[in-house]
Design a protein around this ligand. Structure first.
Ligand code: BGC
Length: 804
């Protein structure tokens, strides 16, 4: 293993522990020393390091939980159980694949199409227990991925009968019993709540198993907090629709996640922001101040337990109810302590801008602060908080004058009929005068510079600049996740047709759980060729036999030449990173990715992914951070800073925007109000853009209020560029214009409308995209000037990212 891999692995191991959330503890863990251990559960050996799809990282190694515990010196007494489970799994998998093939025949499709992201539900079984010793760990895993949503059934969101039975039995039988959740998102834990020790390990990348062993032995400690509410499935709101074909209604408006639970006063099992430690903390609020529009809250954290730990101070604000209905409390700031030893304490200062508490008033198309009391709370979860102060605004203040730009969903947002009330104690009051708040006015004029080099390009050349790596002489096969000639396994690149004019190509590779490249490849005269480990590898079991044979033959051919390697580190999934509530941790992980990008010649990382956890069913939630836009934006900005510290490396924040389900993902229309878009779904992007200054952004597959996001000029030019001040390039998600045909309610996007909307690149670029764009230019569907403006942005970014 290379030195950098060792270093990155060690860092992931150290930081990963911080992402784990301890849900319940009776103090029996951590253990004093490794000993005999009964290890059960579907994730014991088949541990999940991250979900499936374009976010899967091909790392050299991955430590499963079985291996991690053995590395730490545990003697596992349940090897036969794990062998028997392997057999159960293999049989279930075989019949699952058979089922997919049958479905494909019935639907006249391919098994691959039927399988897109679908994850096999956990089977039922009855394997006798054989474990010995006084300690047992049960690892419950769930996998999910791109192309399919999760289902609220046994084996996915719900526990199977087998799992419930085995967990409860082990809990009865063993003195020390720990339930470990190796999942990317919530499962309904209601049948096993009596278990006294529950840890969300999450999916932590290459070192997942070692991280658990460290936590179990107290060599590290959990300090993560929930980035999304975990509760009973039946208690999650079902106000809007989810997972529909064609149109999905976000009727719940801004009441997403804890904003809903908190406002209607519905109790949840484990609230947003919640997480325990091996020790106990007390938190006390100090003074709240307002200076130059910045609110700061002092928090004193004291470790009153017996072990070291870290605590996260969280400030929530309750805005006054007026013309605009508002969630009961929303997160305004958070800060994690350093390690605090028993008996010691730390003072933390949390700050935010008073203006950030504004709501979007659709009727006036303004961000406004309504007059009244803004109650500031300090605590350790969205529910465990105490009021600290009141910011009393003497009248209404306009924060920003905007224009409504995002269309009409065709309904009014839901409003809670009854709202939770709270009686407040006497609190310090800070008076704020509305006249002290200076309103801004959005300026929708976006600079339209054209570089002289771009001005000299022919129509054809301009079209090359506006789509990915299409080459009229052949060359790149636009395969999802593998469309780069220069870096094996990279997802795409910009044109090489103009290298002769000094315009370098930008190479892009996926994330977000690390850098996704092929591990092994050979370099030929025509470019690089991956040797397995690429995107098609995992699909072999679904392909018809002749296709597999062909693949094998062509792989045989590819092995001629020197086999080169690029080993990347699998880091924790997005949700786990958010659970750390630690922006420095996110920055450090970004640094790992940036370092590997530099090594392998990748200029843009197709991550971080920052869609909101609107429903726990979204199949890609594990890639995304949270149900809260502030946490989302802060984490994305920190990862961005970590990556972009490296000269020539940039991130691509994605998928802009309201891409919150996988069902019908190319064609689904998210119907969302302007307010919910601005306050919830675009907010994280706005924060990431302002605080991280990402070099690139990817639009999403879906439509918003009837317009594909990649063709939505208002979304791209007016909101992103003009209002948020974004200066990088915008690209489409992959093969937007080719991916589906057939009958759909909404027309598919085209490279010409995409370019006309100010979206600089149709990715990864195909002959059809090129042809459509050139014809569109000749027929006046897009102006030459627009293509030049787009191309100038690509040129400047390429120049900035090119190595000196
Ligand atoms: C995914 C993107 C990814 C791209 C390139 C798409 O299917 O939605 O997240 O970056 O493929 O692999």
């Amino acid at each position: 293993m290379n030195d950098y891999e060792k270093e990155h692995g060690e860092l992931v191991r150290r930081l990963g522990a911080e992402c784990a959330v301890l849900l319940k503890t009776d103090g029996r863990f951590p253990l004093k020393a490794p000993g005999k251990l009964a290890l059960y559960g579907n994730g014991a050996r088949r541990t999940v390091k991250g979900g499936t799809g374009s976010g899967e990282v091909n790392s050299r190694y991955f430590v499963t939980i079985e291996q991690g515990l053995e590395n730490a010196g545990f003697k596992l007494t349940t090897k036969l159980w794990m062998d028997a489970y392997d057999k159960v799994y293999a049989d279930a998998r075989a019949s699952y694949i058979k089922g997919l093939k049958q479905k494909a025949r019935k639907h006249h499709t391919l098994a691959i199409t039927e399988s897109m992201g679908a994850v096999m539900a956990e089977p039922e079984y009855d394997i006798p227990e054989e474990g010995a010793g006084d300690t047992a760990i049960y690892v419950l895993s769930r996998n999910s991925g791109e192309g399919s949503d999760r289902i609220a059934e046994a084996g996915d969101v719900l526990l199977t009968k087998t799992e419930t039975r085995d967990i409860l039995k082990l809990n009865e039988e063993y003195e020390n019993f720990l339930l470990v959740l190796n999942t990317g998102g919530p499962v309904d834990l209601s049948p096993v709540l009596e278990v006294p020790n529950i840890l969300i390990l999450s999916q932590l990348g290459a070192e997942t198993g070692n991280i658990l062993a460290d936590l179990v032995l107290g060599r590290s400690f959990p300090s993560g907090k929930l980035a999304t509410t975990w509760t009973r499935w039946e208690d999650y709101p079902k106000i809007g629709t989810f997972g529909c074909r064609d149109d999905t209604d976000y009727t719940e408006g801004v009441y997403v996640g804890y904003r809903y639970f908190g406002t209607v006063g519905k109790e949840v099992l484990f609230p947003f922001g919640f997480g325990l430690s091996y020790t106990d903390f007390e938190m006390r609020a100090g003074e709240t101040r307002l200076e130059n529009g910045e609110v700061s809250v002092k928090a004193y954290v004291k470790n009153v337990g017996e072990k070291p730990g870290r605590e996260v101070a969280q400030v929530y604000v309750s805005a006054p109810q007026g013309r605009i209905d508002k969630p009961f409390r929303t997160l305004a700031a958070f800060k994690k302590s350093e390690t605090v030893m028993p008996g010691a304490g730390e003072e933390l200062t949390l700050s935010f801008s008073f203006k950030d508490l504004a709501s979007y008033d659709e009727a006036l198309s303004k961000w406004v602060l309504e007059g009244g009391d803004y109650v500031v709370y300090l605590g350790t979860s969205s529910e465990d908080v105490k009021p600290a102060a009141i910011l009393r605004l003497d009248g209404e203040a306009v924060v920003k004058n905007c224009e409504n730009k995002l269309g009409d969903p065709g309904f009014e947002d839901w409003k809670p009929e009854e709202r939770r009330e709270e009686t407040l104690p006497d609190l310090p009051v800070i008076n704020v005068t509305a006249s002290s708040i200076e309103p801004e006015t959005a300026d929708y004029a976006v600079p339209e510079d054209v570089d002289p080099l771009i001005e000299s390009l022919t129509d054809e050349e301009l079209c090359y600049m506006n789509i990915g790596a299409f080459d009229p002489k052949g060359g790149i096969l636009s395969v999802i996740g593998n469309a780069s000639m220069n870096v094996a396994g990279a997802a795409g690149e910009t044109t090489r047709m103009l290298n002769g004019k000094g315009i370098p190509a930008i190479v892009m590779a996926d994330g977000p759980a690390g850098l996704r490249l092929s591990r092994q490849y050979v370099r030929t005269k025509k470019g690089v060729k991956s040797l397995g480990g690429g995107s098609l590898e995992s699909l072999k079991e679904l392909l018809p036999k002749p296709a597999v044979l062909l693949m094998k033959l062509s792989e045989g051919k590819k092995t001629k030449g020197e086999v080169l390697e690029q080993n990347c580190t699998a880091i924790p999934i997005g949700t786990a990173i958010a659970q750390s509530f630690n922006v420095s941790l996110a920055e450090a992980l970004g640094d790992v990715v940036g370092d590997e990008m530099e090594r392998f010649g990748v200029q843009l990382w197709l991550a971080p992914a920052l869609n909101i956890h609107r429903s726990i069913l979204c199949g890609r939630n594990f890639e995304y951070f949270s149900e809260d836009p502030l946490l989302t934006g802060k984490m994305a900005a920190a990862l961005t800073r970590g990556v972009q510290k490296h000269q020539g490396c940039g991130v691509t924040v994605k998928h802009y925007a309201a891409n919150n389900q996988e069902t019908d993902r190319y064609n689904s229309n998210s119907r969302v109000s302007e307010r919910a878009l601005r306050e919830i779904y675009l907010k994280g992007f706005e924060i990431a853009v302002k605080e991280g200054r990402p070099h690139a952004l990817m639009t999403s597959y879906n439509l918003i209020n009837g317009i594909h996001t990649c063709e939505n000029r208002e979304l791209i030019e007016d909101l992103l560029r003009a209002e948020f001040g974004y200066e990088g390039i915008v690209m489409t998600d992959w093969i937007v214009s080719m991916m589906y045909g057939g009958k759909h309610k909404h027309a598919r996007p085209s490279s010409v409308k995409t370019a006309a909307a100010g979206n600089d690149l149709t990715m990864p670029g195909s002959s059809a995209d090129y042809k459509t764009l050139l014809e569109g230019l000749q027929n006046g569907l897009v102006s030459k000037k627009q293509l030049q403006v787009n191309a100038t942005r690509v040129l400047r970014t390429a120049g900035m990212l090119a190595k000196e």
